[in-house]
Ligand binder design. Structure first.
Ligand SMILES: C[S@@+](CC[C@H](N)C(=O)[O-])C[C@H]1O[C@@H](n2cnc3c(N)ncnc32)[C@H](O)[C@@H]1O
Length: 214
């Protein structure tokens, strides 16, 4: 049964075909009484929309792929992939207080997203080998994360992941990661992109392909 009986409802918005909750929606206000995300996972971030727009304009997303979203927060990009490409998505976050928000938004869109509490640095090759694509939106916000993300991408490709796509509003640690990746990986692009829904927003996309993938 749908989570909401009638739409439109106050404090819900739509972007790229999915429904999302604003911070003042009644469900969010209730959840915030019990759960307090503490590593910036307290809202939907705009880079997720840039990732969605990018996916709609290129052929990265194929039907029913296995996708891991790194630092999923409330899971907008995970929900988009599950809804638009019937992807089997796992949202990974170190902060398990974000998952109730993700679960409510997934239910609102009538899709399933598996959740997993883990830090980027703890994701093993064995775990990563279950996925075709890794995605991330606005996950490069501390200098110390640059090396952690770079090593994670290397592990992912060794494990057989085909592509890694990260969107970012242009923070320094993201550009540091992009520089390392452009130097190290054969098939790596840094691309300016923008979203037009729910409003205009620019971000960069780091898109790396596994060159040993056949
Ligand atoms: C800025 S939020 C972005 C959330 C979501 N991707 C979005 O676009 O709305 C960053 C997310 O990364 C998670 N995070 C931070 N450090 C992490 C780590 N070391 N391992 C896994 N997740 C982490 C946070 O808990 C938070 O949910």
């Amino acid at each position: 049964m749908p989570l909401l009986q009638e739409l439109p409802e106050k404090n819900i918005f739509q972007a790229y075909g999915i429904l999302l909750l604003q911070n003042n929606h009644r469900f969010v206000r209730k959840l915030k009484k019990h759960y307090t995300p503490s590593i910036h996972g307290h809202k939907t971030w705009n880079s997720s929309f840039v990732l969605m727009d990018y996916f709609l304009h290129n052929e990265t997303l194929e039907y029913e792929q296995s996708i891991m979203e790194l630092g999923c927060g409330w899971g907008p990009a995970s929900i988009f992939c599950a809804q638009h490409a019937s992807a089997k998505v796992t949202g990974v976050d170190r902060d398990d207080e974000v998952f109730p928000f993700l679960e409510v938004q997934a239910a609102l869109n009538e899709v399933d997203v598996t959740t997993k509490q883990a830090s980027f640095e703890k994701l093993t090759k064995k775990e990563l080998s279950n996925y075709d694509i890794l995605i991330g939106a606005d996950i490069c916000f501390w200098d110390k994360l640059t090396g952690i993300h770079f090593n994670l991408i290397k592990r992912a490709f060794q494990a057989g992941v085909k592509e890694v796509i990260i969107a970012d509003p242009g923070r320094e640690p993201f550009y540091a990661l992009a520089e390392k990746c452009l130097e190290f990986f054969e098939e790596c692009e840094l691309i300016d992109w923008y979203a037009s829904e729910p409003e205009y927003f620019e971000a960069d996309i780091l898109h790396i392909k596994n060159s040993s993938d056949s």
